[in-house]
Each structure stands twice: as C-alpha cells, then as structure tokens.
Design a protein around this ligand. Structure first.
Ligand code: SF4
Length: 694
C-alpha cells in the first residue's frame, strides 16, 4: 500500500506553494484611513459585544479595543434603528480622536445595511441570510425556483452595492458554515463547496456593478471545514473573478481559554502559512479586548517578514502569485487541500500503543528531568502517565526520556524496572548513533535524532537489526527548506523491504515543522514508504502563549491535512499543561476527541444573557462527556445556524429565555434561563450520551 501523491491537476488545483511561505498578493482595499491586502500588514480586527443601541457602552468598548491596538472594530447591526445609531457612535469616537475603521455586521436586513453603510468604513453581509433566510428545510429547488430566488437576491443586494460604491465604502462578503441559504444547501449541501458558491454569487453581482472594493471570509467553527472553504474559494475565485480579493480569516465560535486560542490559531495559522489572509479576527467567548493580543501574536511572524525586509523584499516574497493568478506554486501535493482524508500508513506495534494504520493519533510528551536524577525523573514520568486515571483519559501515552551517553544505560535500566508495565510507555531517545543500537534491547520504543549535518552519514542504518524496539528516526533541521535526502529514505525503504527493520516511524524537527513534514511526506510517497509519521513539535524558548499558537499552527495544520500518527510535544511547559496542549491540538483538528467540544459564540449586541458565565457553568457540568459537541449561542437569530454540527444547543432567545436544541431540532422553546441547564442535562441523558463524572 503506497501513499498517494496528488498531482497539480487534482480537483481544481491549488495555486499556492506548500513547502515555503509566499503571501498571496491581493487587491488593496480601503478601510477609511487604512487599507489591507496588497503589501499591507495583516490587520487585526475585533468585534464589540455590547448592544449597538447602547451608545455609551459601545463607545467605551470601542475605546478599550482601540487602546489595546485593535485596527478594525466591527459592530452588530440587527435593525435599522441600530444602523441609525452608528452615526452617534462614530461621531463620539471621532470626537475622542479614535479613528479606528468601523465595520457594520449585517444579517438579514437590507434596510439596516442601506442605513449602516452611511456611517462605517466597511460593511459585512452574509450571503446565507441577506435578503433570504435559512429555514433548514431540505426542499429541493427547481432550476426556475433557484434562479428566481437568486434574482430576488440581486434586486435586494444591488442597491447596497451601488451605495457602497458611491460612498467609497468597502464590503466583506462573509459566508458562514451553518448559515447557508436553503437554496445553496439544496444544490451544494452544507459544505465548503456551498460556502464558496454563496460568496461567488454575491461577488459576481459586485463585479457586474464594477464594484471591486471587496474582501471575503469563509468561517466555520470546524477548523477543517474553515481551512478547506478558504482554500477552495481562493482556487475558484482567482480563476473566475477579475481581481484577487483580500481575505478576512477567522474560526467562528472558537470558545474560550486555551481551547479557543488553539482552535483559532490553528485555523487562521494554517491559512497564513499557505500565504492566504489579509486581516484576521480571533473570536473568543471572553472580553473582546482579549482577542487583540492573541491576534497580533498570530500575525507577528508574517508581518515581521514584510517589515524587516522592506519594499523590495515585499516584491520578492510575493512574486510567485501575481494578482492571485498563479504562475508557480503548483507543487505536487502530499494531501488533498480541500477534503480531509488521513494519510495511509502501516500499523506498527510500538510498545503500549500501536502507531499508524487505523490507530488513533497518540500523544507523547518529554520528561524535563535528567536521567541523572532517577527518583525525580520517575516521579515526573508518573505524573505525566497518570496510571491511576481511567483508560483514554487526558494523559501522556508515551514519555520521552533523553539518554546522553553510555554511562546513562544502567540508570535507564533501573528506571524501566521500577516502572513495571509502564516501561512500555517510555521512549528512550539519543543523538548518538553508536549508543542507539544499545538502547534497542532495553526499550520498546527508541528514537534517534539525526542532525542536519550528519544526515548523509547514516550508513549505520545498514548495520541496524530489528533489536526488539520500534524505532523512530527524527531528522533535525535548522532550516525548513532542507528535506530528508532521498538516498536516506531509499536506504530505509530497502531495509524495510529486506525486513531488517520492521517497525519504523519518521519525523522531522524544524523551526518550520509544517513545511518540513509536508516535504518528508511527499518524499515518502515518492519512495513508496508508508511508515507512520510522528508530528514532533519542539519549541524554541518562546513564552506560553507563543507555544500555544506556534504548536497549534505547526503541528495542528498537519493533522488537519491528514498527516500524523502521533503528536510529540517538547516544550518548557509543565507536564499537565503539555499533555493538555497535545490533546487540545488533536481535538481542534478533530482527529481525536478526548472531551466535550464546545462551540460557543463570542456574543454581540444580540446577546441577552451572560455568555461567559453561562459557558463556564455548562462546561463545569458536561465537559467530561467525550466526543459530544455542545453549542452555546448568544441569539436565536444566528445561533442555531452557526452552531453548525453541534449535538446539543443552548441558545439565548430573549431576556432570561433560552431555547434548547437536539441537533437541528428545537425541543424547548423560550424556557426560563434558570431551568435550562438542568433540562439540557436531562436531554443529554435521554439521548443515552450521558455518563456520570468519575
Ligand atoms: S450567534 Fe452570537 S455572535 Fe452570532 S449574532 Fe448571535 S449573539 Fe452575535
């Protein structure tokens, strides 16, 4: 079973380089005093969660966002009245010297849009519900009905386009997974394909009106759906439309805390690494001010490349993709950029857990204590493995122990003996090729770090026998452009074929592990090697928040791309935190669900209950339910659609009122808020998905 290489002609092609960073060059679009796209830095946006009719509260929150450095502020505009009030909000802000561009967020109401456009720098419309709503019916549309509804959209939308053009206001066509129109769903399903077509329908109308101040977004609470939709949009829009329009990136309903940050960083970062994205919003169920530093932390690396290298470097960075029309970058793809499918690999026995094949991706962390202090090391290993917890709990499944020299071997043997059956969960690693064969009889998994300059000196592979242990060869690169030489892979393939080595996995450690691992996977496919791939993330001394973001991007993107059989995290974080990070990465990529998935919106002017507090209460009661998806949404207008594939929904439906959903069905309408949590738990029990917390 050889791994598959997708050719450049696969599906609709993907005009983006996959092995190095090159930003897609887009049309520059104005936002009042600033612009985005082109050579502009990637901008950071946030959104108020006050009621837009409450001028004082909204102005105050805008001021706090401005002081936090927020570059674009979005406000929800549910009605014409809210739209009219934007004038007061804007005037007050300008009087206070706050010139941050404002965006009006419109759902459903063309009348609100026609008013709001007079007072803001950008207007966002959702093609899923502008002028036509979603009833979540499964009715089929005849061609005539489909075209008739599209014509209605054109009639409602064209006046807004003309007015925005006349006023010099830019527009975001912002599609959301889960709030697509019934018409689109009837033809394309609730899918990335549908999201893309919904956006293109609106963009075509804009271009017919010679209005080009556009940008797009394709948000979803499902990171993989979001990545696929943006990629597909770029391929289709750049092939069809007259300009390469900028992209606003975001994961909707990402939640709060570490989970929300990891989910957002993974979705946004995966696309930024592809060179896509001109503005972002990190959407957290927290004070919106908290979103701003996370946003800047995500874009810093990409913006620094622009700022440090200067104008000429901009051109160099961007030369591959001219105005979005790809002239290069049609790399062979080791994965499908538009759909998730796991890379095929053989299953190997590797100690306590199998790797590869259909085994779920496993978790490894690294002990920080030296083997020279065996008692402390044993205590740290036990803390990470937490053997007292039930099977499949959030705990490390392997712990890496570094072995530096031959004198460490007796200590290692003593340690393994003292661990009893847990010895099968120890990975002994070394960078010493002479020491490596001596580890093999002692452990069930051993790793050899092969540093960049020594990669070609791997003749020792020829001399290796099976030795009893599963082996991982980890190639350590200082530069992401370097890949594992084909001759090394050929040598490993030969050994496997001759059956001298039977249980091998490979990994690459690089400052840009994403690109380096993709290269490895491509080379493996060329060499016909279907060994498991370990996604190994090693941080370089960055702070905690930097580690969360960088690991989510570098390791998480690979799992979203279907690459990886084990995630190995080596950071300066404490044991429990490091283990939590690894599981959060797998959960956000939806390749291993180890706890309840919360899809909670950030709240906005439509929210009439304390979203943060309620989310915390619900989490307290149900977060032990592995694999369950619970939506906690601020409003009945958009919540049911935007919680997408949640199993259960807790949706605000007015002051002190909540509606409860099972899947897409509303089973409790407008019930008192103080009874809603207990009823939600009852519904989970009735569905058979409840287990008592241990
Ligand atoms: S779902 Fe949440 S963020 Fe979206 S419109 Fe409703 S309250 Fe606002």
């Amino acid at each position: 079973m050889a791994a598959e290489i997708l050719t450049p002609g696969h599906a609709i092609g993907y005009p983006v380089p996959l092995y190095s960073y090159r930003r897609r060059f887009t049309r520059e679009v104005g936002f009042g005093g600033i612009s985005l796209g082109g050579y502009q830095p990637i901008r950071v946006e946030s959104m108020t969660n006050t009621h837009t009719m409450d001028t004082a509260a909204t102005v105050e929150q805008c001021r706090r966002l401005y002081e936090a450095g927020c570059e674009i502020i979005r406000l929800t505009v549910p009605t014409e009245k809210d739209a009219a009030n934007l004038r007061d909000i804007r005037d007050q802000l300008r009087r206070d010297g706050i010139t941050t561009p404002l965006v009006a967020d419109i759902h459903f109401s063309p009348k609100a849009a026609m008013k709001a456009v007079e007072f803001v720098e950008n207007i966002r419309v959702n093609p899923g519900n502008y002028a036509t709503g979603a009833k979540f019916s499964s009715d089929d549309y005849t061609d005539a009905e489909y075209l008739g509804e599209l014509e209605k959209v054109r009639e409602e939308f064209t006046p807004l386009v003309r007015k925005a053009k006349e006023l010099g206001v830019s527009m975001r066509i912002g599609t959301n997974h889960g709030s697509l129109s019934d018409r689109i769903v009837s033809r394309f399903g609730n899918s990335p394909e549908g999201m893309v077509e919904a956006a293109l329908e609106f963009a075509r109308i804009c271009e017919e009106e010679e209005y080009f101040d556009l940008l797009f977004s394709m948000k979803s609470s499902n990171v993989r759906v979001m990545i696929h939709a943006y990629r597909m949009l770029v391929a289709r829009a750049d092939a069809e439309l007259r300009h390469a329009y900028p992209l606003h990136l975001g994961v909707t309903e990402a939640g709060d805390g570490d989970e929300g940050r990891i989910k957002s960083a993974m979705g946004i970062g995966a696309l930024l690494e592809d060179g896509l994205g001109d503005t972002i919003r990190v959407s957290l169920t927290e004070d919106p001010v908290n979103e701003v530093p996370v946003g800047f932390a995500i874009v810093r690396k990409y913006n620094e490349q622009l700022q440090v290298k200067g104008e000429k470097a901009y051109l160099k960075v961007n030369r591959v993709v001219e105005h979005g029309k790809a002239v290069a970058g049609h790399d062979a793809m080791p994965f499908d950029p538009y759909h998730h499918s796991r890379r095929r690999s053989i299953r190997i026995e590797a100690g306590a857990e199998p790797l590869g094949g259909d085994a779920m991706p496993r978790v490894e962390t690294s002990a920080r204590t030296s083997i020279a202090d065996p008692d402390a090391l044993r205590a740290e290993i036990l803390e990470r493995l937490s053997p007292e917890l039930p099977a499949e709990s959030i705990r490390s499944e392997y712990v890496n122990v570094g072995v530096g020299c031959v004198e460490d071997l007796p200590e290692l043997e003593g340690l393994l003996d003292s661990l009893g059956r847990l010895r099968d969960r120890i990975v002994a690693s070394t960078a010493d090729t002479m020491l490596f064969p001596r580890l093999l009889p002692l452990v069930s998994r051993a790793r050899l770090d092969i540093v960049e300059g020594e990669i070609l000196g791997t003749g020792f592979i020829d001399d290796l026998g099976d030795g009893g242990a599963a082996m991982e060869f980890s190639f350590i690169h200082e530069h992401s452009s370097v890949t594992v030489p084909a001759e090394v892979l050929t040598r490993i393939a030969e050994k496997l074929r001759r059956n001298g080595l039977s249980r091998v996995s490979l990994s690459v450690v690089s400052p840009q592990g994403l690109f380096a691992t993709r290269r490895l996977v491509l080379e493996l496919a060329k060499a016909g090697l279907d060994v498991p791939v370990v996604v190994r993330y090693r941080d370089r001394g960055i702070d905690r928040s930097g580690v969360l973001i960088d690991s989510a991007v570098q390791a998480g993107t690979l799992f979203c791309d279907g690459i990886g059989d084990l995630v190995a995290i080596e950071t300066g974080l404490q044991g429990e935190e490091e283990v939590g990070l690894a599981f959060n990465i797998l959960q956000a990529a939806r390749v291993r669900m180890s706890k309840t998935e919360f899809i909670s919106c950030p709240g906005c002017g439509r929210t009439y209950f304390e979203l943060e507090k309620t989310t915390a209460l619900i989490k307290q009661r149900v977060s032990h339910l592995k694999g369950l998806k619970v939506g906690i949404m601020g409003c009945i207008v958009n919540g049911p659609g935007e919680m997408a594939d949640a199993d259960f929904g807790y949706v605000g439906s007015g002051k002190g009122r909540v509606s409860l959903y099972v899947g897409r069905d509303c089973v409790e309408e407008n019930m008192p808020e103080d009874q809603a949590l207990e009823r939600l738990i009852e519904l989970i029990r009735q569905s058979g998905k409840w287990v008592d917390p241990s």
